[in-house]
Design a binder for this molecule. Structure first.
Ligand code: COS
Length: 381
C-alpha cells in the first residue's frame, strides 16, 4: 500500500475539500437545526461522481477506487457529518450490493440512476427485534405469480425518507432462519411501500432516519438480488464495505473538530496570550492529530484490501470503524474542551461535531459488534 496519494486521489481530495467548504459548510448548521437535508447537494455531488465514487463509469459512477471513496466521505464529514453519511449509506449500502450482486438489467435500471446521483438509495435491514441480531429479520417476501409480496417494518433506515430505491432484506423461508433471508431491490414507488416515520436524533440531524413499512408491497420477480437464501451474506458483506465508509466519516468528524480547535486556540486569548501557547492545549492537539492519522491508516488499509479484491476484510473493516469512532468521540470531546463555554453553545460548530460523533459507535454495527467480528477472526485463525 502506498501512503502517498496518486494523481487521481489528490484531485479527488482537492475537489471534495473545495466542494465541502464552498457548498456544504455554509448549509451545515442550518440543515442540522432544521433536520432537513438539501437534496440539491445530491445532484451536485452526482455531477462530481461522488454518489458512486467506486462504481464503474459504465454504471453511472465515478470509476475510482475505494480509497477515493474514503477520501470523499472524510472531506464531506469534516464539514458536515450528515452529508458524509448520506453519501456513505447510499454508496456502500445500496449501490455496492447492486453492483456486486445485481444482474446486468438490475444495474442498468437501478444502479445507473443511483450512482449518477439522480436518486438516493438506502438499505432496509434493521427491524425492531433485529438490530445487532441481524439474522432475526421478520419481514417476509412471498412469491405470488410474477411478483414478490413484502410485508414487514424496517427501522432506523438512513436515507429512508428520501430514497428512491431500497435494498431490502426479507425472509423467504422462516424455518431456515438467517439462511432463509433474501435481498430485494424495492423501488420507493412500489405499491405498499410507505415511509411511516422520521426519527428525531441527537446528531447527524440533517440525514433522514426513517421507518419503512411494507404492506403487501409488490415488486417484480426479477427484483430479487442474488439468489434466494443469500440475503444474510449479502447484508454482512455489504456492511463490511459500509464500515469503511463510517470509519471515514468518523475520521472526517475528528479532523474537522481538530481543525476548529486549532483555529480557536490560536485566536482565543487568556492570561494575555493565545491559549495555543499552553501545554495543556498543545497536548490535546498532539493526541488528536496522532489518533486521527492512526484511524485514517486503518481505514485506508481496509479500503485498500477491498480495492485489491481480498475475499475477506471483515476484521480490518471492523478494526477501522471501532478505532475511528472512538477517535471521533475523543477528538470532539477534547475540541469542545478547548473551546470551553463557547464549545457548549451553537455559536461555534464543535458542539455539532460532538453530537454527530456518537452515532459512529452505533450504526452499521455497534463497537461491541466490531469487537465480536475482530475477536471471532482472531480465535478462528
Ligand atoms: N461476510 C460473509 N458472510 C458472513 C459474514 C461476512 N462478513 N459474516 C457472517 N457471515 C456468514 C457466516 O459465515 C455464517 O454463514 P453460514 O450460515 O453458512 O454458517 C452466517 O453468515 C452467520 O454468521 P454468524 O454465525 O457469525 O452470525 P451471527 O448471527 O452470530 O451474527 C454478527 C454475527 C453479530 C457479527 C452480525 O449479525 C452483525 O454484524 N450484526 C450487526 C448488524 C449491523 O451492523 N446492523 C446495523 C445495520 S445499519 S444498515
Amino acid at each position: 500500500m502506498n501512503f502517498e496519494l496518486d494523481d487521481v486521489q489528490t484531485l479527488v481530495r482537492d475537489t471534495a475539500r473545495r466542494f465541502a467548504q464552498e457548498e456544504v459548510a455554509p448549509l451545515a448548521a442550518e440543515m442540522d437545526k432544521t433536520a432537513t437535508f438539501r437534496m440539491e447537494l445530491v445532484k451536485q455531488m452526482g455531477e462530481l461522481g461522488f454518489m458512486g465514487v467506486a462504481i464503474p463509469e459504465q454504471y453511472g459512477g465515478g470509476g475510482m477506487d475505494y480509497r477515493c471513496y474514503s477520501i470523499v466521505v472524510e472531506e464531506l464529514s469534516a464539514v458536515c457529518a450528515s452529508t458524509g453519511v448520506v453519501v456513505s449509506a447510499h454508496s456502500s449500502l445500496c449501490c455496492d450490493p447492486i453492483y456486486r450482486f445485481g444482474t446486468e438489467e438490475q444495474k442498468k435500471k437501478y444502479l445507473v440512476p443511483l450512482a449518477s446521483g439522480q436518486m438516493l438509495g438506502c438499505l432496509g435491514l434493521t427491524e425492531p427485534q433485529a438490530g445487532t441480531d441481524a439474522g432475526a429479520v421478520r419481514t417476509t417476501a412471498v412469491l405470488d405469480g410474477d411478483e414478490w409480496v413484502l410485508n414487514g417494518t424496517k427501522i432506523f433506515i438512513t436515507n429512508g425518507g428520501q430514497a428512491g430505491v431500497a435494498v431490502v432484506i426479507a425472509s423467504t423461508d422462516r424455518s431456515a432462519k438467517h439462511r432463509g433471508l433474501s435481498a430485494f431491490i424495492v423501488p420507493a414507488d412500489a405499491p405498499g411501500y410507505k415511509v411511516a416515520k422520521e426519527e428525531h436524533k441527537l446528531g447527524i440531524r440533517a440525514s433522514s432516519t426513517a421507518e419503512l413499512v411494507f404492506e403487501d408491497c409488490r415488486i417484480p420477480k426479477e427484483n430479487l438480488l442474488g439468489r434466494p437464501g443469500e440475503g444474510f451474506k449479502i447484508a454482512m458483506q455489504t456492511l463490511d464495505g459500509g464500515r469503511i465508509g463510517i470509519a471515514s466519516q468518523a475520521v472526517g468528524i475528528a479532523r474537522g473538530a481538530m481543525e476548529q480547535a486549532i483555529a480557536y486556540a490560536k485566536e482565543r486569548q487568556q492570561f494575555g496570550q493565545p491559549i495555543a501557547n499552553f501545554q495543556a492545549i498543545q497536548w490535546k492537539l498532539a493526541d488528536m492529530a496522532t489518533e486521527i492519522d492512526a484511524a485514517r491508516l486503518l481505514t485506508w488499509r481496509a479500503a485498500w484490501m477491498k480495492d485489491q479484491g481480498f475475499k475477506n476484510y471483515s476484521r480490518e473493516a471492523a478494526m477501522a470503524k471501532l478505532f475511528a469512532s472512538d477517535v471521533a468521540m475523543k477528538a470532539t470531546r477534547e475540541a469542545v474542551q478547548v473551546f470551553g463555554g463557547y464549545g457548549y453553545i451553537d455559536e461555534y460548530p464543535v458542539e455539532r461535531y460532538y453530537r454527530d460523533a456518537k452515532i459512529t459507535e452505533i450504526y452499521e454495527g455497534t463497537s461491541e459488534v466490531q469487537r465480536m467480528v475482530i475477536s471471532r477472526a482472531l480465535l478462528r485463525d
